[in-house]
Design a protein around this ligand. Structure first.
Ligand code: HEM
Length: 450
C-alpha cells in the first residue's frame, strides 16, 4: 500500500507494509526506531499487524487528548481483551464503570499513610538485600532488582512473606505471562493458542502458577487477625458492595492481586536495573548521588520525610524513566468517533502510541539518546507534564505511581550509601524489547563497599 493511495481524511500507511504480515517485522525486530520513524509520516499513521489496521499517534498533544480529553470515548483495546480472558478482570485489564469502582476501592492502599509504611519496609528489605551482595563479585543487576521489586510489592500490599518455592514460581511466571498475553493477542488466529507447542505450554503453566501462588498468598494472609489494616488485601477482603452488602467474590480478589503483581514488579525492577547500569557508566554522577544520600542518612536508610532532599537522585530517576521508559507501547480503542490531525477514527479503531518514542523525540529533547539528569535540574525548563508520560495519564494513569517513586528512591539510597557499582567488562549497554518492557542487556556489575 503506497502513501499516495491514501484517500483524504484517512491516515497514511507506514512504509514497509508486507502482504499478510503487514508491519509486524519492523515492529518485532526494531520496535522503538520503527515507531519513532512514523513521526516523519504524520501525526496519525496506519500500520497493520497481520491484516489488523492499527492507528499510531506520533504527536504528544494528540496522545494527551486520547488519554485525558477523550478517555470516555475509548477502551483499552484488543490486547487487553485478550488479557482479560486470560488473566481476569483486575484493575490492570478492567474497563468502564467496573474499572472506576475497582479503582476507587484499590486507591486507598496507595494513600500517603500507606506509602509511608511501605517506605519503611522497602528500606528494610533493600538493606537486607544489599548486605547479601558479595563485594567484588561480578553479577547481573536485573535479577537482583526484579527479586527486590517482587518482595517489596508482596510485603507492602499483602503483608506476607513468601517461601523460596513461591518466589521462584512468581519470578518464572511474571515475565512469561506479561509477554505471553501480548503474543497471543497478535496470533493471526485464536486456534493457534490451542496448539501444543512449547510457547503455549509455558504460558498456560505460568498463568496457572501465578494464580496458585496468589491463592496461597491470599489464604496465608486472609485470616483477619493476620491481615493488618490498610494493606491492599485487607481492603479487598473487608469491602462490601454499597447496594448489595456483599463481599467481593474470591475470584475478583485474586484478579486484583494478580493485576498488582503483574503491574508493580516488572516496571520498577526494570527501571531500577537501567538506573544502576547508567550510574555504573557515569561514575561522577554516581559519586554525586552517593554524597547526596549520605548527607541525608549515612547508612542510606532514608525515611519518607527525607525524600524531597534526594533531588539529584530524583533527577537521575526521571531521566531513566524518560530514556528507558518501561512501557514502550500503550493502546486504546475508539468506542465513539474520534478526529485527530484531520483523520477520522470511527468506533472500533485500534489506536497505539509509544511513550518511549515520544520521550526520545529530538523535537522535544535535544540529543535525546544522551543520559543527562541535568535536563531535570531547572524546574522552569522542565518537560511539561503532558510530554513526560512514563506512568500514562487520565483515568488509567498508574495507580502505583507514588508508591513506585518512593520505592525507587528508597532502594537507590540503600545501594548508593553503601556501595560503588562499576561495569565488570566493556560490554556495551543494549536494550532488548520484550512485549512488556524494554529491558537492559549490559555488562555484569561489580559492587564494592564505599
Ligand atoms: C516505574 C514503575 C512503574 C511504571 C513506569 C508504571 C507505568 C504504568 C503505566 C504507563 C500505566 C498506564 C497503562 C495504560 O494507560 O494503559 C500503569 C497502570 C497501572 N499500574 Fe503502573 N507503573 C509502575 C509501577 C507500578 C506499581 C509499583 C504498581 C502497583 C504496585 C502499579 C500498578 C498499576 C496498575 C494497577 C495500573 C492500572 C491502572 C488503571 O488502569 O486504573 N504500577 N502503570
Amino acid at each position: 500500500m503506497r502513501e499516495e493511495d491514501t484517500p483524504p481524511g484517512t491516515a497514511p500507511c507506514a512504509p514497509g507494509h508486507l502482504p499478510l504480515l503487514g508491519h509486524l517485522l519492523p515492529l518485532l525486530t526494531r520496535p522503538v526506531p520503527f515507531l519513532q520513524s512514523l513521526a516523519d509520516h504524520g501525526p496519525v499513521v496506519r500500520i497493520h499487524l497481520w491484516r489488523r489496521p492499527v492507528h499510531v499517534l506520533t504527536d504528544p498533544e494528540l496522545v494527551h487528548q486520547l488519554l485525558v480529553r477523550d478517555a470516555a470515548k475509548t477502551e483499552k483495546g484488543f490486547v487487553f481483551d485478550k488479557a482479560r480472558g486470560l488473566l481476569g478482570n483486575g484493575l490492570f485489564t478492567a474497563e468502564g464503570a467496573f474499572h472506576l469502582r475497582q479503582r476507587r476501592l484499590v486507591q486507598p492502599a496507595f494513600h500517603r499513610d500507606s506509602i509511608h509504611r511501605y517506605a519503611a519496609l522497602t528500606a528494610r528489605v533493600a538493606a537486607a538485600a544489599v548486605t547479601r551482595w558479595e563485594p567484588g563479585q561480578a553479577a547481573p543487576i536485573e535479577p537482583r532488582m526484579h527479586r527486590l521489586a517482587r518482595d517489596i510489592v508482596v510485603e507492602a500490599l499483602f503483608a506476607t512473606r513468601l517461601s523460596h518455592a513461591q518466589k521462584a514460581r512468581i519470578d518464572r511466571a511474571v515475565p512469561v505471562v506479561l509477554t505471553g498475553f501480548v503474543q497471543r493477542a497478535l496470533y493471526p488466529s485464536p486456534l493457534l493458542e490451542k496448539l501444543p507447542v512449547p510457547a503455549n505450554r509455558r504460558f498456560d503453566t505460568a498463568v496457572r502458577d501465578l494464580r496458585t501462588v496468589v491463592d496461597e498468598i491470599i489464604a496465608q494472609a486472609a485470616a483477619p487477625q493476620q491481615t493488618p489494616d490498610g494493606t491492599l488485601l485487607s481492603l479487598l477482603l473487608t469491602t462490601r458492595d454499597k447496594e448489595t452488602g456483599l463481599a467481593m467474590a474470591p475470584a475478583q480478589v485474586r484478579d486484583e492481586a494478580v493485576s498488582l503483581l503483574l503491574a508493580g514488579t516488572e516496571t520498577t525492577g526494570t527501571t531500577l536495573s537501567w538506573f544502576f547500569h547508567e550510574l555504573a557508566r557515569h561514575q561522577d554522577l554516581q559519586n554525586e548521588l552517593s554524597e547526596e544520600v549520605r548527607a541525608v542518612a549515612t547508612d542510606g536508610a532514608v525515611s519518607p520525610g527525607d525524600l524531597p532532599r534526594l533531588e539529584r537522585t530524583g533527577h537521575a530517576l526521571s531521566e531513566t524513566l524518560r530514556l528507558h521508559t518501561p512501557n514502550w507501547i500503550l493502546m486504546r480503542r475508539a468506542v465513539a468517533p474520534l478526529r485527530y490531525g484531520g483523520v477520522l477514527l470511527p468506533p472500533g479503531t485500534e489506536i497505539l502510541f509509544s511513550p518511549t518514542a515520544l520521550h526520545r523525540s529530538p523535537k522535544l529533547h535535544p540529543d535525546p539518546l544522551r543520559f543527562d539528569p541535568d535536563r531535570w535540574r531547572h524546574p522552569a525548563d522542565r518537560t511539561p507534564p503532558r510530554l513526560f508520560i512514563p506512568f500514562g495519564a487520565g483515568r488509567h494513569k498508574c495507580v502505583g505511581e507514588s508508591f513506585a517513586w518512593t520505592e525507587m528512591l528508597v532502594v537507590a539510597a540503600a545501594v548508593l550509601a553503601r556501595l560503588r557499582l562499576r561495569p565488570a567488562t566493556a560490554t556495551p549497554l543494549r536494550e532488548s524489547a520484550t512485549a512488556a518492557t524494554i529491558r537492559p542487556r549490559g555488562p555484569l556489575l561489580i559492587a564494592e563497599p564505599r
